[in-house]
Design a protein around this ligand. Structure first.
Ligand code: AHR
Ligand code: AHR
Length: 565
């Protein structure tokens, strides 16, 4: 039995739609043969795969990062504009592919418009120059009568695109990155870039390249750039064949966010910065089965037929996900919601075919289990996160060293509550959403949601995701309009409504503030309910009874009857 205490009035911060962000890179079949496939019967005239667009649109992405990732460090954007027939084909260094350049800036920005999402472009700080970056910003955003703005117009786009989010390079700390630098070199270079880009476009929002939030690189970059950028980025992937490592390792993200926030606070205090940079968690996911360099050996789980290889011999990171990965993804999103005051952007890496919730063949698109927690989270999230505390069964499992491809040690963060919870409330405090991940492997949990100062004002709608569809009453396999992947365990949704239980504390509120429900083992549950404030009405009624002449809350406050707000 878990008790989930929720304080709707104790908000933790507003939830930026950019927390539900995505990332698409020129990598494997993410772009070519993924979201873009010229000549396919499934594509529109621009080559945008309509089946993929349909599935992506459901995810209501607040922002979409492009074109990499490691790819960007050898990408020259001007190769990807103008007549397609004359765009050069180039060697691609990060993933050992070939880049046809038929999907470039105008295609990406048209794609974002089609999806209704904000574009976020990562600049090439590997082989790219500052001059080239400025040209890119000018091409996208300038309304003036200058060369690259004119080229944009000549290519058919009159109005500036108004791209706001720009990253100063990708993972510049790593030996896998073309043009890797030391932290000091990066700060020097990024300082020049940030100042120049702001001169050209004062509306630009700049993202510094951090590492995991926990390293010397992060400390040096935060200290050096906090006054010049709007975000410090961090990347963490997790995952393991070991169940507990897989479902609990996302908690490393919570540690990373706190560590990054502390670095930012320290720099902001020392340098007198206000406002201070936010965190852009601009790559996250479960990813461990497909290791760069290994993809062409035997993958650890079945791959559906993929008749449209875009880059033979190149890395494709065609990770096949399981239901347990969906529990990890649901937990990541809970973590971003709980930390929404500091994390103002987060990007699932990636969206199509490469470590992705959506996969394609020449004949269609399907979703993997990790699609569903994202979908359910984004549909249900409300305006602000609310404080939640979980009291219930915990685990301190064996987390065998070396079980994960990733080095994140999390044992010291335990014991872990079996149920991970986050909550959000509407701005008018009349609706609440609670997202609950039961990591319990074998046993269901009876959870009591207990509202502080509020009561449930009607039946709650409950949506539960499990991998045991047929066994659940009302369970429907998959999701309408999608098909299951061969060899992939499904994800199943069951929906129901639950009413709040009897009033426990006798406050006279109409409907009680405790709602109990069963969380199946290995499940993700979303509870959405109307709520009402229990404080003002009964308190006023009580004090009116005692002080019949006291008319207004102001008068009562003046008399010391009601506390100050
Ligand atoms: O998302 C795959 C890769 O992971 C990205 O290209 C890179 O930034 C990270 O290392
Ligand atoms: O595997 C090469 C690199 O290692 C990946 O791009 C990065 O995410 C990881 O640290």
């Amino acid at each position: 039995m878990s008790q989930i205490a929720i304080a709707p009035a104790r908000t933790l911060g507003t939830i930026d739609q950019k927390l539900f962000g995505g990332f698409v890179e020129h990598l494997g079949r993410c772009i070519y043969g993924g979201l873009y496939e010229e000549g396919s019967a499934l594509a529109d005239q621009r080559g945008f795969r309509k089946d993929v667009l349909g599935l992506l649109r459901e995810l209501r992405l607040g922002v979409l990062r492009w074109p990499g990732g490691n790819f960007v460090s050898n990408y020259h954007w001007a190769d990807g504009i103008g007549e397609k027939a004359s765009r050069p084909r180039r060697p691609e260094l990060a993933w050992r592919g070939e880049e046809p350049n038929t999907f470039g800036t105008d295609e990406f920005l048209a794609y974002c418009a089609e999806l209704g999402t904000q574009p976020y472009i990562c600049l090439n700080m590997g082989t790219g120059t500052l001059a080239e970056a400025l040209d890119w910003v000018e091409y996208c955003n300038s309304a003036r009568n200058t060369h690259w703005a004119a080229r944009r117009r000549a290519n058919g786009r009159g109005d500036p695109y108004g791209v706001r989010y720009w990253a100063l390079g990708n993972e510049m700390y790593g030996p896998w990155q073309v043009g890797m630098m030391t932290a000091e070199e990066y700060v020097r270079e990024a300082t020049r870039w940030a100042r120049a880009i702001r001169m050209l476009d004062p509306e630009a929002r700049l993202v510094a390249c951090g590492e995991t939030g926990l390293t010397e690189w992060d400390r040096i970059v935060v200290d050096g750039l906090a006054g010049l950028v709007d975000y410090h980025s961090i990347h963490i992937y997790t995952g393991s064949d070991d169940y507990w490592t897989n479902v609990l390792q996302p908690h490393q993200a919570e540690r990373a966010i706190k560590a990054t926030a502390a670095l930012i606070d320290r720099a902001a205090y020392a340098q007198g910065l206000h406002p201070k940079p936010a965190i852009a968690y601009d790559e996250w996911n479960v990813w461990y089965r497909t290791v760069p360099g290994d993809e062409n050996t035997v993958p650890s789980n079945p791959v559906p037929s993929s008749p449209v290889p875009s880059n033979p011999g190149a890395a494709d990171l065609a990770e096949r996900y399981t239901f347990d990965d969906a529990l990890a993804v649901a937990t990541y999103l809970n973590i971003f919601i709980r930390n929404c005051a500091r994390v103002r952007m987060a990007n699932l890496a990636q969206m199509v075919n490469a470590i992705a919730p959506i996969v394609t063949t020449a004949d269609g698109a399907a979703v993997q289990p990790i699609y569903y927690p994202f979908l359910l989270h984004v549909r249900a999230a409300l305006d602000a996160a609310a404080d939640v505390r979980v009291d219930g069964p915990t685990v301190s499992p064996e987390l065998p060293p070396g079980a994960s491809r990733w080095p994140h040690r999390i044992a010291d963060l335990g014991p872990f509550a079996l149920v991970d919870a986050a909550a959000s409330v509407s701005a008018d405090q009349r609706k609440i959403t609670v997202t609950l991940v039961n990591r319990g492997r074998d046993a269901a949990d009876e959870a009591a949601l207990v509202l502080r100062d509020f009561a449930f004002a009607g039946a709650a709608s409950v949506t539960t995701l499990t991998d045991a569809g047929p066994a659940l009453p009302g369970g429907a396999p998959g999701f309408p309009g999608t098909s299951a992947l061969p060899g992939i365990a499904g994800a199943y949704l069951a929906t129901s409504t639950v009413s709040a239980g009897p009033v426990a504390s006798g406050t006279g509120a109409a409907r009680g503030h405790v709602l109990t429900l069963t969380l199946p083992p290995r499940s993700f549950t979303v509870v959405e309910a109307p709520i009402a404030d229990r404080r003002s009405a009964p308190r006023l009624a009580r004090s009116r009874a005692r002080f019949p002449d006291a008319r207004s809350p102001e008068k009562q406050r003046n008399k010391g009857v009601l506390p100050d707000e």
